[in-house]
Write a protein that binds this ligand. Structure first.
Ligand SMILES: NC(=O)c1ccc[n+]([C@@H]2O[C@H](COP(=O)([O-])OP(=O)(O)OC[C@H]3O[C@@H](n4cnc5c(N)ncnc54)[C@H](OP(=O)(O)O)[C@@H]3O)[C@@H](O)[C@H]2O)c1
Length: 255
């Protein structure tokens, strides 16, 4: 019988209806983990459940808006009612914006939408995850920030601020809870071909070329290249990795 890396483990992936979250949910399930997937689009979530069921994996979708505390409470209650534990959490749900005014020109609503999803949503989930993992004696948490959590970029001050914040949140929580055997790290992707980039293409048709040119490898990455890093961070091989970030970015060149 094929030995799978995460047999019997319980993994949560937020933002699992598309892009990196979907790729990571599938990768976890292929390695034997039971995967809980959270996002807002139920139909898309069910499609991923069917894909996982199709190769013999186990998963469920819980409709969740990570900005909404009641949804987040329900997500973790559902996980605990069904499985009673949570080994891995990939806080990956995120949004960007194709409209890029300078820092003084954002509409309040747009600023809030980005911050509430990319930063507050991660914090809301981490509170539950840490509480559960503390009680059960440990676990692994991974946040998806961005290479724009490390450097700035023109017209994306709200996104950059949210991702720098996510990185700081993870680093601090990692210090606070490593004594409880909880390892917390962050993945900082460079440009990856997902809906997030595709949605912006009508506004910036040359965007993919421009972004590829910012990488040393001169290409856009694929969601599966992020999934690989997320899974590795959950293994015992990554036991000495904590409170840090991994940039999977094709050698993103700053200015
Ligand atoms: N693509 C890139 O180049 C890139 C680069 C660096 C970092 N990132 C980051 O990587 C992460 C994944 O992005 P992606 O590129 O895979 O984007 P994507 O294909 O647009 O997927 C984003 C996921 O987040 C979910 N989501 C958005 N808002 C949500 C909310 N309020 N509550 C729950 N789920 C929500 C979406 O599902 P629903 O719409 O169904 O809710 C979707 O599943 C994000 O944090 C993003 O900021 C992306």
């Amino acid at each position: 019988m094929e030995l799978k890396m995460f047999e019997g483990k319980i993994a949560l992936v937020t933002g699992a209806t598309a892009g990196m979250g979907r790729a990571t949910a599938i990768a976890f399930a292929r390695e034997g983990a039971k995967v809980i997937m959270a996002a807002r689009r139920t139909e898309r979530g069910q499609e991923v459940v069917e894909q996982i069921t199709g190769f013999g994996g186990e998963s469920m979708f819980v409709k969740t808006d990570v900005r909404n505390p009641a949804d987040v409470d329900n997500l973790f209650k559902t996980i605990m009612d069904k499985y009673g534990r949570l080994d891995f959490a990939f806080n990956n749900a995120g949004v960007s914006s194709p409209h890029n005014p300078t820092v003084i020109k954002y509409e309040d609503d747009e600023w809030d939408r980005i911050m509430e999803t990319n930063l507050r949503g991660v914090w809301l989930c981490m509170k539950h995850e840490i509480d559960i993992m503390k009680k059960q004696g440990g676990g692994v948490i991974i946040n998806t920030a961005s290479i724009l959590g490390v450097v700035g970029d023109w017209g994306l001050s709200h996104y950059c601020a949210s991702k720098h914040g996510s990185l700081g949140l993870a680093k601090t929580a990692a210090l606070e809870y490593c004594k409880d055997n909880i390892r917390i790290n962050t993945i900082c992707p460079g440009p990856i071909l997902t809906e997030m980039l595709e949605f912006a293409l009508p506004f910036m048709p040359k965007m993919l070329d421009v972004m590829a040119a910012k990488t040393a490898l001169r290409r856009i990455g694929q969601p599966e290249e992020i999934a690989g890093a997320a899974l590795w961070l959950c293994t015992d091989e990554a036991a000495f990795m904590m409170g840090k970030e991994i940039a999977i970015d094709g050698g993103y060149i700053t200015y």
